[in-house]
Design a protein around this ligand. Sequence first.
Ligand SMILES: NC(=O)c1ccc[n+]([C@@H]2O[C@H](COP(=O)([O-])OP(=O)(O)OC[C@H]3O[C@@H](n4cnc5c(N)ncnc54)[C@H](O)[C@@H]3O)[C@@H](O)[C@H]2O)c1
Length: 351
Amino acid sequence: MGKKVKIGIIGVGTIGSVHAEAYAKVPEAQVVALCDLLPERLQEKGKRHGVTRLFESYHDLLADHEIEAVSVCVPNRMHAPIAIDAFKAGKHVLLEKPMALSQKEGMAIVAARDAAKKVLTMGMVRRQSPDAEVVKAAIDSGKLGEIYQIRIRLIRRRGIPGLGGWFTTKGESGGGGLIDIGVHFFDLAMWTTGLWNPTRVSAKVYSKFGSPMEDYHYISMWAGPPKFDGTFDVDDYAAGMVRFGDKATLSFEVAWAANAKDEQMLEILGTKGGLVVGGDTVLLTEVDNMMADIKLNFKQDGGGFPQEMAKFVAAVKGEAEPPATGEQGVIAMRLIDAIYASSAQNAEVAV
Ligand SMILES: NC(=O)c1ccc[n+]([C@@H]2O[C@H](COP(=O)([O-])OP(=O)(O)OC[C@H]3O[C@@H](n4cnc5c(N)ncnc54)[C@H](O)[C@@H]3O)[C@@H](O)[C@H]2O)c1
């Protein structure tokens, strides 16, 4: 094992702590600094993760020359400014999803990466789950044949995060469930199938549950209790269809809240086989002229955030390519921009 890569984490809320715990499992990484605007949280997280260099301003963390790489774990509005400043300061960046508020911001991040000649990887952790790797391997080895349709159902019955806080304020988040959780499955669908050319989209987003906030009945409220004096101006349900040229389509439903059963499902249809991801991972195919449902087994341990961090650190050390590229992040943002545009215009639009 060579020298440890020195890491700073910017934003130590829910996911910043998940990053700190994941880096602790990577022998080549050492978290040496944390940053958060909230002094009490910063002190508490410093103690929890055993980190003593604590900064209230991310500019001060970026000025620390010992830090080689940063995890950016702040609300979405701050992704682009902090990532761009990090590249200007010569750091490598692991940027949480969604990449930014828009494709335009995403492209500015990629330009800053290129100017700095540093590593950028997107926090697309869903790709790092063991089932995703098995699915990609099955597709890459031709088990599906020609892929022509993908279906995503990503439904929370009541799962709006931090009602009234930054997640539900469009200026801070860029949107609701679509950009928050939809981005994981759009990325997963495009990465597993290799269909990175969304061309047109027809979609509608709705906002039916978050307002008035007092009427929202939830069982548990993760990301903190509701702030009834806060804002809810984002989508809680989105549905639509994406075209990939004239060869393939993707239909989706993504909900933070809906009167429907909780579900996380990705279905991929090909000429030789179909795949269902979510619950059991099953390949639906034909064997010796018989219909066969083949359950794909995969390691139950491993993957997830520690694997994401290990791959990021390997990329920083020049030993591997980044596990999810900025260019792919930009495509996901372009698709999400187009979905919101289609909904606003009530029409099919170009991606
Ligand atoms: N990969 C995943 O599965 C996953 C899961 C949850 C959240 N996320 C993403 O992680 C990011 C953070 O989400 P969260 O749930 O941790 O939010 P959070 O509100 O729990 O934490 C964000 C933290 O950033 C701090 N912060 C805000 N502005 C800052 C600034 N300018 N400088 C320093 N610190 C600042 C806040 O004080 C807060 O502590 C979001 O982009 C979210 O989409 C990803």
